[in-house]
Design a protein around this ligand. Structure first.
Ligand code: PLP
Length: 414
C-alpha cells in the first residue's frame, strides 16, 4: 500500500518513460498523450532542447535564493515581459501561487487607493487553484450530492468543507459583461476582475473576444485591474502566446504556470503599469520561486516554441482535431457541443462520461473528462497532423459507441 495521501482518484497505471507525444507504462504498453499532464508538457516528452537545458543547468547550479540576483530569472522575466506586453514578473511554483500573488497584488493595489476592504470580481465555473484564497475565488459553489470529483483538479468539492472561505470575491456569470457593469454600479469596493479567457477545468468555456475587450474598457473606466488567468490556456496553446492577444488587449496582470517550463514546476505573476509597482521588498516572496533550474527549463521551453513554430502548429493541428471531431460528432444525439481553440478542445456530451477516460486508456489514448460531461483534449504543442489523426481514429469510435449505450446504464463516475 502506498503512503501517498489519498487526495486523488488515481487511474491505476504508472508511466515509466516518454518520447514526443507517446508514453509507456510499466508493462511496456504505449499510449498517445492527448492531455500533456493537463496542459503541462508543452514540448511533449524527452524533448532534447529541454532535457539538455535541464541537465546543463542542474550540473552548473540548481538553486541559490531570492536573497541574491538570479541571472536565469532575470532573462526569463525579460522574455516574458517582451512576449506579454507587461513590465515585471514575480516567480512562484504553481498556478495557485500565481493566482494567490495576483489576489494579494489586487488587495494591496486597492488598499493603496484607500479602499478598506477591496473586492475582486470572479466568474462562475472558474478554477484558480486550491489554496484557501484561490479556492474561494474558484466557482461554482454548488455541490452535487453523491458525486466524487472526477479529476484531480475537478471543480466539485473544491470549496465544500473548507469554510470559512476567504471573503472579498464577487461572483458573476462568465461571458456576461452586463453583470460586471452592474457590480461596477453598486459595489465601490471592487478593485479588480479575475478571469480565465478560456475556462479549462470549467469545461473549455471560451470567452468572446468582445467580452474581453469590454472587460478591458470597463476596468479602464473604473480604475480596476484586469487580471487574466492563462495558467491553462496560455503559452502558445491557442496559436498566440496568450489568448488575450487574440482580443488585442493588454491586461494589467497575467498568471502563468503549467506549460511554462514543460513539466518543471514554475508559476509566474506578470504585471504592467501601476500593477507592476505594487509589490515592494517584503510584501511577497517564495523560497523556490524562479530558481535557476526552473528558469532554465522555462527559457528552453519558450525558445523551442519560437524556433519550432509551435504556436502555428498548435493552431493548425488543433484545427484538424476540432474539424475532425465536429465532422464526426457534432449534431449527433448525445453530443451537446464540440468547441475549442487551438490545442484546447472540449466535446460536451449530454450525460456524465467519466467512463470514457478508462476506455480511452484501454485503447492507448490519454484524455480527460471535466465537469462530468466534457471530454477534454490538451495535447503537447508538438503534436503533428498524423498524431492528431490517430487521436481522432481512437476517440471518435469510442464516443460513438459510448453514446449508443443507454444513458441510464452509464455509471456517473469513472
Ligand atoms: N488556474 C487555472 C486556470 C488552472 O487550470 C489551474 C489548474 O488546473 C490553476 C490555476 C491551479 O494551478 P496549480 O494546480 O498549478 O496550482
Amino acid at each position: 500500500m502506498s503512503h501517498s495521501m489519498n487526495t486523488y482518484s488515481r487511474i491505476p497505471v504508472a508511466f515509466t518513460r516518454g518520447e514526443r507525444v507517446w508514453v509507456w507504462d510499466e508493462s511496456g504498453k504505449k499510449y498517445l498523450d492527448a492531455l500533456a499532464g493537463i496542459a503541462v508538457n508543452t514540448l511533449g516528452h524527452g524533448h532534447a532542447k529541454l532535457t539538455r537545458a535541464i541537465a546543463e543547468q542542474s550540473s552548473r547550479l540548481i538553486h541559490t535564493s531570492n536573497l541574491y540576483r538570479i541571472a536565469e530569472q532575470e532573462r526569463l522575466a525579460d522574455k516574458l515581459a517582451a512576449i506579454s506586453g507587461t513590465d515585471s514578473v514575480f516567480f512562484c511554483n504553481s498556478g495557485c501561487e500565481a493566482n494567490e500573488a495576483a489576489i494579494k497584488l489586487a488587495r494591496l493595489y486597492g488598499s493603496g487607493k484607500g479602499v478598506e476592504s477591496p473586492g475582486i470580481v470572479v466568474m462562475d465555473k472558474a478554477f484558480h487553484g486550491r489554496t484557501l484564497a484561490t479556492l474561494s475565488a474558484t466557482g461554482n459553489r454548488k455541490v452535487q450530492q453523491g458525486f466524487e470529483p472526477l479529476s484531480a483538479t475537478g471543480n466539485r468539492k473544491v470549496q465544500q468543507g473548507f469554510e470559512p472561505l476567504v471573503t472579498g470575491f464577487v461572483r458573476v456569470p462568465f461571458n456576461d459583461i452586463e453583470s460586471v457593469r452592474q457590480v461596477a454600479s453598486r459595489d465601490k469596493s471592487v478593485v479588480a476582475v479575475l478571469v480565465e479567457p478560456i475556462q479549462g477545468e470549467g469545461g473549455i468555456n471560451i470567452s468572446s473576444m468582445r467580452y474581453l475587450r469590454e472587460l478591458r474598457e470597463l476596468c479602464d473606466g473604473q480604475g480596476w485591474l484586469l487580471m487574466v488567468d492563462e495558467v491553462q490556456c496560455g503559452l502558445g496553446r491557442t496559436g498566440k502566446w496568450f489568448v488575450y492577444q487574440h482580443a488585442e488587449i493588454r491586461p494589467d496582470v497575467v498568471l502563468l504556470a503549467k506549460g511554462l517550463a514543460s513539466g518543471v514546476p514554475i508559476g509566474a505573476c506578470l504585471a504592467r503599469g501601476p500593477a507592476a509597482a505594487v509589490f515592494k521588498p517584503g510584501t511577497h516572496g517564495s523560497t523556490f520561486g524562479g530558481n535557476p533550474l526552473a528558469c532554465a527549463a522555462a527559457l528552453a521551453t519558450l525558445a523551442a516554441i519560437e524556433e519550432e513554430g509551435l504556436m502555428k502548429n498548435a493552431e493548425r493541428v488543433g484545427g484538424i482535431l476540432l474539424a475532425g471531431l465536429r465532422e464526426a460528432l457534432a449534431g449527433r444525439p448525445g453530443v451537446a457541443e464540440v468547441r475549442g481553440h487551438g490545442l484546447m478542445i472540449g466535446v460536451e456530451l449530454d450525460r456524465p462520461c467519466g467512463n470514457l477516460v478508462g476506455q480511452a486508456l484501454e485503447a492507448g489514448l490519454l484524455i480527460n473528462v471535466t465537469m462530468d460531461k466534457v471530454i477534454r483534449l490538451l495535447p503537447p504543442l508538438i503534436m503533428n497532423e498524423g498524431e492528431a489523426r490517430q487521436v481522432l481514429s481512437i476517440l471518435v469510435p469510442l464516443v460513438r459507441s459510448f453514446l449508443e449505450q443507454p444513458a441510464a446504464a452509464v455509471p456517473a463516475r469513472a
